[in-house]
Design a protein around this ligand. Sequence first.
Ligand code: HEM
Length: 575
Amino acid sequence: MNLHHEIVSLLDPNFSSAVWMLIIVVALLLVVTYMRTWYKYHHTDRFELPEDTASLEVTELPPLYPSVIPFLGSAISFAWDNAKFLRRATSYAGKATVARVAMVPGFQIYLFQDRETIKRLFKHPAVGSPVPVYTFAIQRFFGMPKRTVEVYRADNSGSGLKPNPDFTLPADARPFYVTHKGLLQGLTGPGLGPNTRRYTEAFLKYLQTYGNAKILSPSSSKGEWVYYIDDLWKVDAGIPWFSRRIPRFLVPEPYRARERMIQGLKDWYEYAREHFDESNIDEDGDGDPVWGSSLSRHRQKTFPKVREHDDRAIASLDVGHSWGSSSNVVATTFMAAHHILSDQALLSRVRTSLAKTLGTTNISASPKLVTDLLDPKILYTDALLCSIYAEILRLHGMAHFLVSAPERTDLQIGRWLFPHGSIGLLSSGIAHMDASFWNTRDGQHPVNEFWPDRFLVDPRDPKSGPVNPACREIPYSRPQGHQQAVVDDDEPYFCMDGTEGAWFPYGGGGGICLGRFLAKNAILASLAYLMMEFDIEPQVKSMAVNPWRYGLGVNQPKYPTPFKIRKRQVLDVQG
Ligand code: HEM
């Protein structure tokens, strides 16, 4: 049949009257539904937030985002360009807001982007991290065997000591609790100091032997050394593919690298079990030559007691741990170094400020050990360095977070209802780019540009500080600390007051990154060492960000960014 015939048959009243009627009814339904949603969407007073919400009776769901083709319309826009769709759906009259989006029939996602709601979500004790996000990551990113993933999938007991009341399984079915407890101690408790120190020592050693150094896992199955860190970066490059479920035959390299890491880790466990000697634990009670840290020893002791956690499964968790503890730290340090090194005036300000903070211009010639000098307690007092750190994570810390309401209880988040079993999405990338909230110095320093002074408060300048003076709610205050006492009252200081719910590269609430303190310590120490000890010349004029990774963590460059690096020759001037 040719086109002419098709048109004729469509116009034939006998053939198509019923079809036409159906099409017209469906079209009318779509138009009416769209107009109803559109009307409600535009007539919700979304910016009216009552002061006291505790006594408020909430019946209001966030407004449903209108879409011409229900469900499909939003799902397609989201899949096509999630950053653009999220920005559009979460902004109203130029302000960040909340919206409900129908993704597939029967499933709506709650987009929370206004600061007040985000602050409340982070503070609400019943808001959790959805189990499917974690199970997706351990299975797809880190190759966890299915049988072990099922144990996580069935664990709705939470990560606290006391399981949720509806959880009826025995204690060995609580992998979230076991993992969380170990990480909490190792990354935020007694392990933080020793871990920071070991990180700094390893980083210095790596740079001092730059070019020759390869970090090796203890052995592989064939007794060969494996380039663990090289493989880690191959896995890191594979994360955008894993997250889109691209199969192995199309991108074999990251899958192969992951397998080598898993094998190397399993061999290491065997080797370490054989060679560990308690009497070799360091004086700090944490490190040891074979397991490395009390966190590793704790994981080895506790994981095998959880169902389906043999060496194979633990190795997948450790691939995840290796990735989680390095990818974002390296990306943040790289981005900060790139911005500092691209601006000679800033580089010189950073070096002057560090020399003052550390009390010397030549840190390796200082009578103090470099690791003592790069102590976080000292580096935290360097206002410019801290401001650069916060600004880099604002500009480049782009992550989507999912939060969940409990399975049986509706939550009241400010004036909004977050119904039981629902999933919410927050994007730090959008919050970090809110031009109405951040101080741009009357547009001189737009939100999409790096401004090293954004988080500095100059007591003599009322227009300084991170928050747009027009929407600042609380006055800034100088951080109180023993080192701060010696500081001149007029000197600019680092401050994040008033940025809660607007700056959250590490997530927030119960699911907040447990490595955030270690990350900050590592980033500050690495930057201080790189800037003070080396002359680094980038070999590219500009750097483009890789859009493929948007929402997966800190931005990375799209193309290789070569640089020349050599040891600095500086005179030892004690401050
Ligand atoms: C700049 C560096 C880092 C960034 C931007 C970052 C970011 C994040 C983000 C966005 C999450 C998810 C939060 C959520 O889903 O609500 C997370 C979770 C986590 N991060 Fe980090 N992270 C960094 C460094 C680290 C380091 C150095 C470690 C460990 C040594 C670490 C360990 C973890 C752990 C264990 C979790 C899971 C927390 C939980 O589920 O209880 N992170 N991180």
